[in-house]
Design a protein around this ligand. Sequence first.
Ligand SMILES: NC(=O)c1ccc[n+]([C@@H]2O[C@H](COP(=O)([O-])OP(=O)(O)OC[C@H]3O[C@@H](n4cnc5c(N)ncnc54)[C@H](O)[C@@H]3O)[C@@H](O)[C@H]2O)c1
Length: 346
Amino acid sequence: MPNVVLITGAAGWLGGLLAHALRDDPKTPDVQLILADIVEPKAPDGNKAVTIKADLTDKAQVEALFDTPLGIPDTVYCMHGIMSRGSEDDFELGLKVNIDSVRLLLETTRQKTPPGQLIKFIFTSSLAVYGGPLPEVVTPSTIATPEGAYGMGKLTSELLVNEYTRRGFIDGRILRLPTVVVRPGPPPPPPPPSSPVRGPFSPGCIRIIREPLKGLETTCPIGDSLASPELDSLAAWLASPQTTVRNFVIAKHVPASAFYPHTRVVYLPGFTATVRDELDALEKVAGKEVVQLVKFKDDPVNRRIVKSWPAKFDIEYPLSLGFVVDEGGMEPIVRQFKKDVEEGRA
Ligand SMILES: NC(=O)c1ccc[n+]([C@@H]2O[C@H](COP(=O)([O-])OP(=O)(O)OC[C@H]3O[C@@H](n4cnc5c(N)ncnc54)[C@H](O)[C@@H]3O)[C@@H](O)[C@H]2O)c1
């Protein structure tokens, strides 16, 4: 039997990378992909794939994902969503996409599961579920108390995935991702007011690496100048796209019995970097004159959201499950992104 994998949010950044990674996974050489997104997704060359343009807030369009020539998927990657600032700025849209449509997908997966099978349901969550007073180092038992609509939506959906797993409706796996850097492409244009889609918006400092490496000026939303103490105190929990996507593939292969019995939540390994670390890495890789392309304009909404997220985690549990971590911090990531820019991939 070939492996059939459904990816929602497949036209997005990580969904697109995952489709390629699954195609190249030696453990499933015959994988077949069902790729769905509200924007027409693009299939990677090689394996059999079906692409579907679908609004996943609509029941009929969700049901159609289980009615393709590829049949019922054995794994669902639930990755569509409205990103952090998008769901903070448009509360109703965030609820509809980040909670209601995830519930719809869970319930449809349950209804469509053939007797005697259990579909793996891999949900991409975020460290935005954390907030409030946090310990110096987050552990698997740290309670998640989000301080934003995005984190609240992710946490609500996590509870549903856990409950559906406990009841034996699905085999859920919940991945709390670090902030993934460096996102390629220009910042998305503002969507038309009637559109249900918001482009991705990261409150992190991706633009302070990406735009300067493309020779463009950019604005750092944290601090007022290169001397600002905020650059040293504001830290983030980061991972490269390569490692993140590798971990998505690993998530499919972790035996169900390896997870804690009471929860399927796993935060993925990452590393801690301050805004200053990011700028230092940029200087090392590209030189001082490139760092001078970074201008500063403090954005209190960004700062508040990012500050509420933890920046240090104990990664013993995710490592014990077989997940992997970036070695070497920001510098190799900036180097890789510079190469991607030079070779036209970013
Ligand atoms: N990129 C990160 O740093 C990061 C960090 C933590 C968690 N995550 C999570 O990982 C997942 C993928 O992130 P990404 O960076 O690739 O996001 P992305 O914004 O690039 O992709 C999300 C996709 O969801 C699609 N979408 C939105 N509403 C939809 C709808 N109603 N119906 C169908 N599709 C819809 C969008 O069109 C988009 O292609 C998301 O669940 C995100 O919350 C990402």
